[in-house]
Design a protein around this ligand. Structure first.
Ligand code: AMP
Length: 215
């Protein structure tokens, strides 16, 4: 099963994606995680992306298309995958369709998480990420077992993403409403959009997703 997560920054895509991949046993590809790792490692890709990411702007389509095109041939992706944070523009969605078609694959479900702006602001301000393994936490709704320490790899302290600062979040919302929101229409035309109410407990939202995809 091939799945895309859509929704504004802070909608809970990362959290729900982690739960879904554990349940379905498929890999997740987050272009944001790949780019953050590249920035941290100081690679050529990281150098290209750093300033744009820190400003809350989108990285050029060719760059992220290249990341996905390189990844989906991996053997782990043979039985399905989940894309988180990609595609984010209509040209990216068209590029993805072409990549999948070439490989005889298609997108089965586009999960569109709907969350009001005030809930998003609250979620983003409490968000923490492990700088080493990218595991995500929230200070109140999903705290680590030991304060400020990653459950998975023990790294401490957890970090606040540079692009989670309020002015950057506003810029990311602008990018979302001007470019990414158009994707819902693109995928509705393919009949694969599953609109999910993204407000509620993590378990409630997980159940809604499960019902919508029949798994
Ligand atoms: P995310 O973790 O998905 O919120 O992504 C963090 C940042 O990485 C975004 O604000 C963009 O600067 C960049 N990025 C991630 N995925 C994409 C994409 N599909 N297209 C363009 N830029 C992206």
């Amino acid at each position: 099963m091939n799945i895309i997560f859509l929704g504004p920054p802070g909608a809970g895509k990362g959290t729900q994606a982690q739960r879904l991949i554990a349940r379905l046993g498929i890999p997740q590809l987050s272009t944001g995680d790949v780019l953050r790792k590249a920035v941290a490692a100081g690679t050529e890709l990281g150098k290209q992306a750093k300033a744009l990411m820190e400003a809350g702007k989108l990285v050029p389509d060719e760059v992220v298309n290249g990341i996905v095109d390189g990844a989906i041939d991996g053997p782990a992706f043979a039985n399905g995958f989940l894309l988180d944070g990609y595609p984010r523009t209509v040209p990216q969605a068209e590029a993805l369709d072409a990549m999948l078609k070439k490989r005889g694959k298609r997108i089965d479900h586009v999960i569109d998480l709907e969350v009001p702006t005030e809930v998003i602001v609250d979620r983003i301000s409490g968000r923490r990420t492990c700088p080493k393994c990218s595991a995500g936490y929230h200070v109140t709704s999903q705290p680590p077992k030991v304060a400020d320490t990653c459950d998975k790899c023990g790294t401490s302290p957890l970090s606040v993403r540079a692009d989670d600062a309020p002015d950057r979040v506003r810029q990311r919302m602008v990018e979302y409403s001007s470019k990414t929101a158009l994707l819902t229409g693109y995928y509705k035309a393919q009949g694969v959009v599953r609109t999910i109410d993204g407000v509620g407990s993590m378990e409630e939202i997980e159940q809604r997703i499960s019902k919508a995809i029949g798994r």
